[in-house]
Design a protein around this ligand. Structure first.
Ligand code: ADP
Ligand code: MG
Length: 166
C-alpha cells in the first residue's frame, strides 16, 4: 500500500465546513469511499451535506442515523450515505449493500459514519476524515488516505482546497 497522505484544516462555522466539503466534490469518482470519524455532533453529516450539494443533490441531506443508509441519485454521481451507529450486527451489512458500496467498484461515492464499529469490514481503499470539536464552534478536520486511490484523491483535493480557501 502506498504511504498515506495527511491533510488538515480548521473550520470556524458549519458553513465553512460545508464549503471545504464542496471543494472535494469535483474530484470524486464512482467507487470512492470516504469514512468520517468523530464524536456525535462533531460535523460529519455537515460535511456530507456540503459535498452532496456541490454534486448537485437538491434533496436536503439528513442524518441516516435511523435509516442507516440514505441514497441520493440526482447529483453528478450517486451518493450513498451510511451511518452505522445504530447497526448492531455486522451480518446486517450485507442487507444494506455495504460491501458493494465500499469495494471500490460501486456506481457512486460512499460516505460512512461510524465505520470503525466494524473493524473487520473496513473498506479496502478509503479517505478518512476525522472531525474534532475545538473551542468556540471550530472543528479540526484531518484527512488521511488509506490506499493508492484515496491518496490520489487527497492529493488533488488538498492542492485545490489550498488554492481556493488559502
Ligand atoms: P455528526 O454527523 O458528526 O454527528 P452533525 O454534522 O449532524 O454531526 O452536526 C454537527 C453540529 O455541529 C451541527 O449542529 C452544526 O451546526 C454544529 N457545528 C458548529 N460548528 C461547526 C463547524 N465548524 N463545522 C461543522 N458543524 C458545526
Ligand atoms: Mg451524522
Amino acid at each position: 500500500m502506498a504511504n498515506g497522505l495527511t491533510y488538515q484544516r480548521t473550520t470556524s462555522t458549519p458553513e465553512a465546513t460545508k464549503q471545504l466539503a464542496s471543494t472535494l466534490a469535483p474530484y470524486l469518482h464512482p467507487g470512492d469511499v470516504v469514512v468520517l470519524d468523530g464524536d456525535l455532533g462533531a460535523g460529519k453529516t455537515q460535511f456530507v451535506q456540503g459535498v452532496a450539494a456541490a454534486l448537485g443533490v437538491r434533496t436536503p441531506v439528513t442524518s441516516p442515523t435511523f435509516n442507516i443508509l440514505l441514497e441520493y441519485g440526482e447529483g453528478r454521481i450517486p451518493v450513498y450515505h451510511y451511518d452505522l451507529y445504530r447497526l448492531d450486527d455486522r451480518f446486517q451489512l450485507e442487507d444494506i449493500d455495504y460491501y458493494s458500496a465500499i469495494d471500490g467498484d460501486g456506481d457512486g461515492v460512499a460516505f460512512v459514519e461510524w465505520a470503525e464499529k466494524f473493524p473487520e469490514d473496513m473498506p479496502y481503499d478509503y479517505l478518512e476524515l476525522t472531525v474534532t470539536v475545538e473551542a468556540e464552534g471550530a472543528r479540526r478536520i484531518v484527512a488521511h488516505s488509506y490506499g493508492a486511490r484515496s491518496r490520489q484523491l487527497l492529493c488533488v483535493w488538498a492542492n485545490d482546497s489550498k488554492s481556493r480557501l488559502g
